[in-house]
Each structure stands twice: as structure tokens, then as C-alpha cells.
Design a protein around this ligand. Sequence first.
Ligand code: HEM
Length: 228
Amino acid sequence: MGTFFGSSIGKKFVMSISGLFLVVFLIVHLAINLLLLVPDGGETFNAAANFMALPAIKFGLQPVLALGFIVHIIYAAIITLQNNKARGSAKYASGNKTKDVMWASKNMFVLGATVFAFLAVHIYQFFVPLQITHSAPELASGGHDTYTLVANALTCIPTVVFYVIGSLGLALHLTHGFWSAFQTVGASNNIWRKRWTVIGTVFAWVVGLAFSAIAIAMYFIGSCGGCN
Ligand code: HEM
């Protein structure tokens, strides 16, 4: 078992499983964020956000989510370093053999780092005031007013642009990561490889564009205007 996880395919396997787990998180996160667009002043979104903050969910899921990110990032760094070492000064060759290697697949680490940079700021903006410093706005009825926190953050054009760049970086990262994960876990043959590529590409852009659209919509919904 130890040798499997130390092997090249074992490491890719860990990357794939942790990546697919993060995909599930993204679907839940996007579904909840779409509630920001319900025109009820944030009531539905706040109800969902406060449900997700219940201790059983928070303390049950958050450590697993954090572990998923940590494992994915550490293995990405190890695999990239090993690949670079093995390849030496010979970068990807051009020609027939590699012409179908998409730009994203060659730049997974850079795209991952972009998403990571986005996440660092994103966590600082939302997670920290909600769960660490408890400085986020409160609802009169109890619980956080996460809607107002998000609306206030996205009244500023540079922040919206930053969210769009982070979301599109995520989309590009997923265009390669999604099908590649299914390939690695063995759920792919010649026919399914093509199908996973199509499903993965559609999924990636739906997710990336939906997160971008939410950020842009919140800019127009937010009434105060100007950067905080
Ligand atoms: C319009 C775009 C987005 C909005 C409005 C948004 C909103 C939020 C909010 C309000 C929280 C805090 C939840 C809480 O702690 O109660 C949060 C946390 C988080 N977001 Fe986002 N998010 C967006 C995009 C993204 C993207 C693109 C990613 C992934 C690349 C992401 C990953 C995370 C993670 C990892 C957390 C911390 C875990 C958690 O608290 O659930 N978010 N987001």
C-alpha cells in the first residue's frame, strides 16, 4: 500500500480522488451561492448559509474539506517538482504526439496556483469574519447576515474583476482536471475519454461562468457602491 501511494500512478490517484471530492464541494458551494440571486433580500441565501454553519455540518465537513485541499495541493507540488526534474531542460515537445495536449493540461500548476491565490483572499474576505473573528453582520433573528457581507464585498469593481479572474482560472483548471481524474481512476476508455472531456469542459465552464455571473450580479444588486 505504501509503495502504491509513493508510486507515480498512486500520487496521481490521490490527486484525482481529492480533486473529485473538491468538485463535489464546488457543486454544493455554487448551488448555495445561486440562492444569492433569489430576489428576497437574501433571506433564502442566509437560511442556507446559516444551516451550513450548524455545528454538526461545520465541524463534520470543514476538516474533511480542509484535508481535501491540503492533500490536493501538496500532491500537486510533489508531482510537478518530480515531472520538472524528470524532464530536465526538455520541455513539452511540439509535433503530432503532443498537439492534442491542451494548454490547460500543460499549465495545471500555474492555474492551480491562481485558484489558490484567489482562495487565500476569498477565505480572508468571507470565512474569517464569519467563522474566526465573528465580525460579520448579524441578523436580528440570530445568525450571520452572510448576504450583506457578500453584497458589501462585491460593491467594488476590482473585487468583482478579481472574482471573475479566479472563477475563470478555476474553469480552465477544471477543463483538464475533470476528465484527467476519471482517466486516472480507470473510469475511462477510448469512448469514455472523449465523453469525459466533453462533460468536463461543459461542467468547467458552467461552474466558472456561473461563479463569475454571481459576482457580477451582486455588484449590480449591491446598493451602497464604492470600495470598502
Ligand atoms: C461569486 C463567487 C463566490 C461567492 C459569492 C462565494 C461566497 C462564499 C462565502 C460567503 C463563504 C463563507 C461561507 C461560510 O463560512 O459560512 C465562502 C467560503 C468558501 N469558498 Fe466561496 N464564494 C465564491 C466563489 C468561490 C470559488 C470560485 C471557490 C473555489 C475556487 C470558492 C471556495 C470557497 C471555500 C474553499 C470556502 C471555505 C469553506 C466554507 O466556508 O464553506 N468560493 N464562499
